[in-house]
Each structure stands twice: as C-alpha cells, then as structure tokens.
Write a protein that binds this ligand. Structure first.
Ligand SMILES: [Mn+2]
Length: 342
C-alpha cells in the first residue's frame, strides 16, 4: 500500500470526530463521496457530519441515504468549532474556493485530507489524495475497502459496506462518467462498478438509478422542451436548427425557475443537424427591444467563432452570446453568420 494511503487510513482511524465537505453547487459525485464515507464512519462509531455551502441539494438525489443529514450552508454557521473536530475531509473539490464559506475553516485546520479526481487540484489540504479517475467515488471506494479490511476482515467479521453505501458510490460513479459513456471510462471503471454492485446493489437498483439520473424530467422542464421543439426552424439542408423560448413560453410553463440546460441537445441530436442554436428571451427594455441569451452547439464546427461575432465566446463546440432585437431579427442574424461556416 502506498505510504500516503496508509497515512490517510491512520488519520481516519485515529479521529474520533470527522467533518466531511462537499463542493458548492453540489452534484452526485461530491455528495455520493461524502455520504459514503459518512455512512461508513457512523457505523464504526465516529462523530461525523457532512457540510456543504448550498441552500439546497439536488432533489433527484434525495433517495441517497444520509441526504437529510447533510448540514446546509443556510442552517450551519461558522460558529461551529471546526478546530474542535479531529479531522476534516473534502470531496471532489479541486480548490479551496469551491468549498465556499468553508474555505478558510478548511485551510486553517491542522488535520485535513483532500480526496479528489480533478487533475487541476491545487493540493490545498495537509494530505492530498488526488488521482485521475472517472469519478471521485472510485477513490472513496478504495479508501472504504481499506478501512473495512481493518475493521472487519482482519478480525473475521462481515463487511460493513452495505447497500446504502454502495448506492452512494454508484450514483457518483455513473453521474460523472455519463452512465459509462465518457472518454474517462476504461476497463477499470467496469471492474469498480462490479465491485460496488457486489455490496448489495440489484439489477433493479441499477435500473432505478438510470431512471433517476438520466431519464427523469420535471413536468415544467418537459413543457419548456415542448415549447422549444415547437418553435424550431431548419436551414441549409437541415444542417442548422434554430429555436427559442420567449418570456411568454416561460409563463405558459408555470414560470419555473428550472433552467433550460441540456434542452438544446434535442436539436443537436437530430442526425442531419451540424449546428444547433437556441435562444431565450431574458428581458424587454423600454424601447420594446428584447435581450436574448443565445446558446450555440455543434458536432465539430467552430461555434466559438460564431459566438465571437456577437461579442460572446466559449468553446469550439459549445459557446454563448447575448443578442438584442426581436425573435425574427435574431434568427436572421444567426442564419446569416452561420452561412460563413456551413
Ligand atoms: Mn466529480
């Protein structure tokens, strides 16, 4: 076993109290990592709590055990005596700023561990366990297996890694590797999934996680999607798809605060489409002119260049800009600029 890994196990084993930290805008990987360790340490009798600087957690993760035990920024204050806690562990957090209001507390504590899978990790803890894996829960699994060896197998006892812990690990795994579809997936990822399943996940569980993370859509978001699809127009032999959502569309969908994130993929997924553009009306000023937030996506064309033409930017295949005018002027502007590319 590598020396650093041994040191980490020793730190966790000797701590009586442990604080675990997620990153801001918590996702399934940071939360799954934190809750897996939380559930395990609770079983071995440690005083443990999970902290995150957020007002709420993603609702679709509410089935993960321990979800309701997480201490949110809104209810925790910095009067908590973090120095009185033996050990602090951050999960899936590339730099201390991502700890939000807990950043200072964390970096000033004498006993900290940073478990992360981002190559950009700044190494802000006293011990940094950073590996490039498809999800952070892969690293957490290894930590738990090692802890478990000393807690149980070495004494001939059955494992303490239960189905709830496996569920937390699995949700983080598939959320970060796009359900085994990203380039970060390799043979080891499948071995890890198999190992996690062996702790009590059933085929039904795998099916349920898939539905929960990748198939479910709120009714409000479905209605936004329907409106976007209803407004779509095609140009250049159906290679360009353009659509939009107006403020009226948002009202008709119950004025949900839910984002439009991901909806543009409905357009880009069409086989003939090379460039997809969607825009949403953000405001109407006193001259009656609207401001639109425009998203560009492509299957390889440089939409960063397109966005630049409108004073925006981003990446080669995903970019954004703001445009003013009415819906038809904006469509004309976009169609005209895309002519330079297609
Ligand atoms: Mn992650």
């Amino acid at each position: 076993m590598e020396k650093k890994f041994k040191e980490i196990l020793g730190k966790i084993q000797s701590a009586k109290t442990v604080g675990i930290f997620c990153h801001i805008n918590p996702d399934a990987d940071t939360l799954g990592s934190a809750l897996a360790l939380f559930l395990y340490l609770r079983k071995v009798g440690k005083g443990v709590a999970v902290y995150v600087d957020a007002t709420h957690l993603p609702l679709h993760l509410s089935g993960v055990a321990g979800y309701d035990k997480v201490i949110l920024g809104a209810s925790a204050d910095l009067d908590t005596d973090f120095l009185g806690i033996d050990l602090l562990v951050s999960m899936d957090t590339a730099d201390e700023a991502r700890l939000g209001k807990y950043a200072d507390v964390f970096v000033s504590h004498p006993n900290t561990i940073n478990i992360d899978h981002h190559i950009s990790n700044t190494g802000y803890a006293k011990i940094n366990l950073v590996r490039e894996t498809s999800a952070n829960t892969e690293i957490v699994l290894e930590v738990l297996q090692s802890l478990d060896y000393f807690e149980t197998k070495a004494n001939g006892k059955p494992t303490l890694i239960c189905r709830d812990i496996a569920m937390a690990l699995y949700i983080g795994l598939v959320a970060d590797n796009g359900n085994f579809s990203f380039k970060s997936v390799n043979g080891n990822t499948f071995l890890i999934a198999s190992k996690i399943m062996s702790y009590g996940l059933s085929s039904q569980d795998i099916f349920d996680v898939n539905n929960m993370l990748f198939k479910s859509l709120s009714l409000a978001k479905f209605k936004l999607q329907r409106a976007l699809l209803n407004n779509v127009k095609f140009f250049y032999d159906n290679k360009l798809a353009v659509s939009y959502l107006t403020l009226d569309d948002f009202v008709a969908c119950g004025n949900t605060k839910e984002g439009t994130e991901g909806l543009i993929h409905n357009l880009l997924n069409i086989d003939s489409v090379e460039i997809a553009v969607s825009f949403r009306q953000e405001s109407i000023d006193k001259d009656g002119l609207s401001t639109f937030k425009v998203s560009f996506r492509s299957k390889g064309w440089d939409v960063n260049y397109l966005a630049n033409q409108f004073g925006g930017g981003g990446h080669r295949m995903a970019a954004g800009a703001k445009l003013r005018g009415d819906v038809y002027e904006v469509i004309d502007l976009i169609v005209d600029k895309v002519k330079q590319l297609l």
